[in-house]
Design a protein around this ligand. Structure first.
Ligand code: SF4
Length: 725
């Protein structure tokens, strides 16, 4: 039985475990060949262009193994390795992406689950089930699992003990040959052993062809340290010295933990961080590493690679950095000076003035909850070009667009006098949970003085209820509890009715005779709702809107096309970010489209916080529909996007628009799976990736051509598929 292991991603960390476990089950293990320039020419096998290079490489590596006729492909579903963290969503979604990309039958893939945080039993059971599929008994499987884990730990200890890189450890311990160059990369290089460079990055980047042997090149100039040269315990301890360490993504803990260890023990005099283009966690690590390196006064070079990165360009950057190091005489701890040209905001005022980022029409509800009667507030500020420009100044390059917009809004609030910012928290699979921490870091580095209050879900009550109440009490007088509850209920009701009104607006605009009437009524409702200070006036406002809507002259024999908006919640909900896509779609000349949008704040709130039976039922229906294509949650609304698309034809939806911000990790996984799924379902799909450059005119043109395709399909009786990307 030949089992193929693509030599990508986690196999650069866990190959000893994978190989030993499979051989223990009597399999012959066949790793794919190392990446070469030729492999990079085959990246088009990956159905979409958005994943990072490391994920894209998994497709040609898998292709090679399938062409070599392996019986099975081995690729575990990596969700979490401990109680506190997750793997990057792309690791979680990779088996599903490959299955969809190659239309692989389920039985071809050996993908046991590793989810220690939420499903330890199911994880062990999935290894047992896999072993049984390979004809092994319970005892043999358990024995093989135990010895494989011991083998993995011995390999890690060997690398740490003998200061080996991962490829050297694989060669020594697994007999895996590695590329060795006979002549020096730079004959002019002079080795200075007293110079110590810490090289950071995912092993599947550092030791893959795309890194152009960066570690070996640097070893010609200095002593090079890499994370696998540190015992796992040392990295865990370093992470334990920070508040954020253990909730970092799994492989990222190794990267940041080793940097902290070296910096705090002054074991390196420079750091080089090599990451792939569009790497989600990298944008988070970048800010954390910059802060730590600055504090230690250690130079940090951040390099980004992808399939276009040429050797010469990379080497030039490296050598320029090495030259600057030679010029620098001594290393000195960070000066902590405020960057020039930043205006200092006065520290805490006597009384708190709250600022908070907004999303879509939620501002009115949040202002109702945080009303001046309870606490002084500024904003919320509508998102404008100015907001985005303010955000771009502070946001890391590859961070997701909502981060840029919300930090821009925070700056507007601070500039308007806020001295406290409230932001949602709660570290999960995607980057949202890091926003508050990184935004606080970036804003304070820019010279703003304020307090960041992070509000997380009160669930699970045992762990989170206390911190939730303490955060509330830090800006609400306990004596005002009664008023707070009333305001919170009014705010909740306002948000609920606003979403209902918006759904009604989508229906009306698709059928109204005179275009634009429904929009006018909806804007009027929004003004009344924002001003409403009582349940009665709010209900009245909604009833008047519904009555006025019903009074609109509507096309009687009109059967609008039904289009479902799926994707990342901020992009789907914030009109500036999605360029009012729902309104544009619903008012496209002669084509009538009714927009459906289920990914909303109130649906999220009713499902995750209120646990409403209706939302729980709907959500399980969506997850069940997604299961054959994407079983595991990849964070955000990634799995929901797949489930809602899978349900679409059964629910009379004729087209799907997948809307998400550039580099959004969960939606990159969803996009890869939607490509194959919508083809199978003959469901037209339009992918809209938004970022700071997204233009309204260009988007409208794409929506118009998508609408025409849907119209033609309906007129043609629904044959064939149309995808626009
Ligand atoms: S996004 Fe980054 S962390 Fe995730 S798989 Fe790609 S390189 Fe790895």
């Amino acid at each position: 039985m030949i089992v193929g292991i693509p030599q990508v991603l986690s196999s650069f960390y866990y190959l000893p475990f994978y190989k030993s476990f499979l051989e223990g089950l009597g399999c012959r293990v066949l790793p794919s060949s190392p990446t070469t320039a030729r492999t990079l020419q085959q990246l088009s096998i990956c159905p979409t262009d958005e994943p990072c290079i490391s994920v894209k490489l998994a497709f040609p590596h898998t292709r090679e193994l399938l062409d070599r006729g392996v019986d099975y492909l081995f690729l575990p579903t990596l969700v979490s390795k401990d109680q506190h963290s997750y793997y990057c969503p792309k690791h979680i979604g990779l088996p599903a992406m490959l299955r969809s990309g190659f239309d692989l039958p389920a039985e071809k893939l050996l993908s046991p689950l590793i989810n220690w945080r939420e499903a330890r039993r199911a994880s062990v059971a999935s290894f047992m089930e896999m072993g049984r599929r390979l004809g092994q008994s319970e005892n043999e499987i358990r024995k093989s699992l135990r010895s494989a884990w011991r083998f993995q730990n011995r390999w890690s200890a060997l690398c740490a003990g003998e200061k080996l890189t991962a490829p050297e450890g694989f060669e020594r311990y697994l007999g895996m040959s590695r590329f060795k160059r006979r002549r020096p990369y730079n004959p002019a290089a002079r080795l200075n052993r007293s110079r110590r460079i810490g090289v950071l990055g995912h092993n599947y980047v550092l030791y893959d062809y795309i890194a152009h042997n960066i570690v070996e090149r640097l070893r010609e100039h200095a002593a090079v340290l890499v994370a696998e040269m540190l015992p796992a315990r040392a990295i865990r301890e370093s992470l334990g010295e920070t508040a954020y360490g253990r909730s970092l993504w799994s492989f990222e803990q190794t990267i940041v933990g080793s940097a902290l260890y070296w910096l705090r023990r002054r074991m390196v005099d420079s750091l080089i961080f090599l990451g792939p283009f569009e790497c989600g966690p990298e944008a988070v690590m970048e800010l954390l590493l910059e802060k730590e390196a600055e504090k230690a006064g250690i130079p940090l070079l951040i390099l980004t690679v992808d399939e276009q990165t040429g050797e010469a360009g990379l080497v030039t950057r490296l050598e320029a950095f090495l030259d600057t190091l030679s010029e620098q005489s001594a290393v000195r701890p960070g000066s902590g000076k405020t960057p020039a040209g930043t205006r200092l905001i006065p520290p805490h005022q006597e009384s708190r003035v709250l600022g908070f980022p907004n999303m879509g029409h939620l501002g009115a509800a949040l202002s109702t909850i945080l009303n001046d009667g309870l606490v002084r507030t500024v904003g919320p500020f509508p998102v404008t070009r100015q907001t985005v420009a303010l955000g771009e100044e502070l946001a890391p390059e590859f961070i997701c667009y909502p981060f840029t917009v919300t930090i821009g809004q925070m700056r507007q609030s601070l500039e308007a006098g806020a001295n406290t910012i409230i932001m949602v928290g709660g570290k999960g699979r995607c980057r949202l949970g890091w926003y508050a921490e990184l935004q606080e870091l970036a804003l304070k580095r820019a010279g703003y003085r304020f307090e960041m209050l992070t509000i997380d879900s009160p669930f699970p009550l045992r762990e989170n209820y206390g911190p939730f109440i303490r955060t509330l009490q830090s800006f609400f007088e306990p004596s005002l509890r009664g008023r707070l509850i009333r305001s919170a209920l009014l705010g909740f009701y306002k948000a609920l009715l606003t979403e209902r009104a918006e759904a009604l607006f989508f229906k009306l605009q698709a059928r109204e005779k005179q275009r634009g009437g429904a929009y006018g009524l909806f804007q009027k409702f929004l003004k009344r709702s924002a001003a409403a200070a009582s349940f009665g006036s709010l209900r009245k406002g909604y009833r008047d809107f519904a009555d006025d809507g019903a009074a609109l002259r509507l096309e009687q024999r009109c059967a609008p096309l039904r289009v479902r908006l799926i994707g990342e919640i901020y992009a789907v909900f914030e009109e500036y970010v999605n360029q009012e896509i729902a309104r544009t779609l619903g008012s496209l000349g002669d084509i009538r489209i009714e927009v459906e949008r289920e990914i909303t704040v109130m649906n999220w709130f009713c499902h995750n916080i209120l646990k409403s039976p209706a939302q729980l039922l709907r959500h399980s229906r969506i997850s069940t529909a997604a299961k054959p294509y994407l079983e595991q949650s990849v964070g955000g609304h990634g799995r929901d996007s797949v489930g809602l698309a899978a349900l679409a034809p059964r629910e009379g939806v004729e087209g799907v628009i997948h809307l998400w911000p550039f580099t959004c990790m969960p939606e990159i996984v969803a996009q890869s799976i939607l490509a194959g799924l919508t083809e199978k379902l003959s469901l037209p799909l339009l992918t809209v990736i938004v970022n700071e450059q997204t233009g309204r005119a260009g988007l409208k043109t794409r929506l118009e051509s998508f609408a025409h395709i849907l119209q033609e399909r309906r007129e043609a009786g629904g044959g064939g598929i149309e995808c626009i990307s």
